[in-house]
Design a protein around this ligand. Sequence first.
Ligand SMILES: [Zn+2]
Ligand SMILES: [Zn+2]
Length: 820
Amino acid sequence: MGRRYDASEIEPKWQRVWADERLYEASEDPADARPRFYALDMFPYPSGDLHMGHAEAFSGGDTIARYRWMRGFNVLHPIGWDAFGLPAENAAIKRGVPPAEWTRANIDQQARSFQRMGMSFDWTRRLATSDPEYYRWTQWLFLRFFEKGLAYRKESPVNWCPKDQTVLANEQVIQGACERCGTMVERRNLTQWFFKITDYAQRLLDDVGTLDEWPERVITMQRNWIGRSEGARVTFVIEETGEEIEVFTTRPDTLWGVTFFVFSVEHPAVEPLAKLGGTWEEVGPLIERARRTSMVDREAAVDTKEGAFLGVYAVNPVNGERVPVYAAPYVLMEYGTGAIMAVPAHDERDFAFARQHGLPVRVVIQPPGAEPVDPDAMTEAMPHDGVMVNSGPFDGEPSPESIAKVAAWLAEEGRGEAAVSFRLRDWLLSRQRYWGAPIPIVHCPTCGEVAVPDDELPVRLPDDADFQLGGESPLSRHPSWKHVACPRCGGDATRDTDTMDTFVDSSWYLFRYCSPGYDDGPFRREDVDRWMPVGQYTGGVEHAILHLLYVRFFTKVLYDLGMVGFTEPFPKLMNQGQVIFDGASMSKSKGNLVEPMPIVERWGADTMRLIMLFAGPFEDDIDWKLIASDPNRRPGVHSWLGRVFAAVGDAVERGPSATEPEALVRLTHKTILGVTEDLDRFRFNTAISKLQVLTNEMRSALDAGAGAMAAARALVQLLAPFAPYAAEELWRIDLGQPASVHMSSWPSFDPSLVVDDRVTMVFQVDGKLRDKAEVPADIAADDALSLAFGSEKVATAIGGREVVKQIVRAPKLVNLVTSG
Ligand SMILES: [Zn+2]
Ligand SMILES: [Zn+2]
């Protein structure tokens, strides 16, 4: 008696059937009239088998894709791998396995695990960014950027390990030291490739405003990263040399409070000026020290007091005052112009520096109504809202309203101009690494930078490179790879030996999915126009800044190239939380790593998916310790699937002619409505709990001898996006349906059956309960009163006295207060 649930028996069976039926392939049939929906998951990095983060993210993304099919969409749900990157190269160094081999093995492993988990991917579109047929087009796109002047080279600092003699990525620098050997990392300047994303800063910012279906915090992160500020560009002149140095300030209204001038220590003007000023002995070591500090540390914490006088003076353009010029690490070369005007009275870091170096402080904005402040008595910088003082022609002007006036005056006087500055810097894409897409440029002593002709792409990676550390990059050290004839003049030339940042690969994979195998370009415009923009993008919030920004940038460039017809790639974005353990992130080194696939083997893929989706709101973190600390205890959702099987089995046995109780019929329709609304808002956890309630109600009906066939049918369909194997088994076997539940039509509800239940209203007289009635939940106050007055029991209780007050709290209560 009773239908048993056995995941190990049903899951492999349906996995094979789905593959044979090619169930999840997107249709490109022009006669297919269904609307299209592109369900996109951030593609995984193949560093071993799937981890908990994958299990969670893809369970959510797959639920959305399956739901869309059942709602009648032609769904594109592709999968691929972000397959270039450092871990493959590290593995090659450690274990002697070539990166291509290591990557391929991990991809195959992850692909098997995805299939085991029942992911509804269209496997015909599978890609890996390290495949030559993919990176051929990554290189092709680079060349289009290069032609447009959007890819260029300039000198820029990198992290350098003096012992290993190699460039390190930021993530390879741990507290200023080399991850491998512990040597303190230095900074070195290298000529490197950049994408000119700053040309798109304003458009990237403007269009963030149209992304109203993105999480608010992601919008804020995008805005802050782009970091637009308005102010003025002002030119100071070095008194000794006549050199003009531009600075950007958001507060030109504080120009009269400038008491010194500061260069970033990396600014090219520092060395000559210090030599001229006779202070090189003091300044030189400061520059040396800063160079030895890794870039990571520089960004993190800077001692604002450190710095040295250059022995020269700068002239303030607004009042002709000469102020001393310093070099200090707290001014970053990467921001603004690498030089600042210092206003210690109104800037915290300038104030700390001034106090350390005994520099004057001059208040130029006075808080309204306050007594004038003695600069010598100040212990911190003052807020800069108030009235301008000590500011020549602008004394008495209210600030910050005066900023625009001062900027206009600067322009009129030829001393500066209003300007906008962005925090966003150009995208450094050079990596001195092997396992990436080679940059398709040839350096010729005669012709300079020459693009590799399109028909010679891809520039393939050599498969016999030496990955051991030391000296330059593996491509540069290869004995023959870089030596080529110049494509333009035929003379001896060398290939560029840098490879591209893997963020370049992942900036266009979503377009490639639309045109798998296409051979005449990265994608076909008609394909992309059919499927994109993406209907739903799902992935981790850790990619909320760079990855999303870079794809948005690529999309805008592709639009400008006439290759796509839209400027934002994914108007709808959903971020899942992280899977953590006991409040901390999971990691091998902490010993708290739980892996999903053993759980899938033990309890089934449906159980794994349900655990992830039922744990809480999708965007919240899941603490594994709290939900499944004992691997041998049956998970609650697994027991529930057992009850679903038993209930559906019993309902079938009882047959379709057995009457279903009214309460079950109503609950079924309410559940259809509720789960639909929840899925539209990605509230997977509340949808699952509604299905559990429906299961219980079915059980009660069956135990009472009633039928439950309609409820069973709805339950199985509503379950399908969450637990695809269990639902398919019940649909095709128990309910005897000929085709897959996943392509069935989403159940509909009868609106008259989902109206909220009637509620009990109580009628009081002088606070005493006299009668009750069943009323609609949305009853109006007047109707409630007439019901109360119409009650015989109420009339008796009033007994002819005057009602002096009527208290109505619909739909709960009416209280009639009498004179007596
Ligand atoms: Zn090292
Ligand atoms: Zn040449």
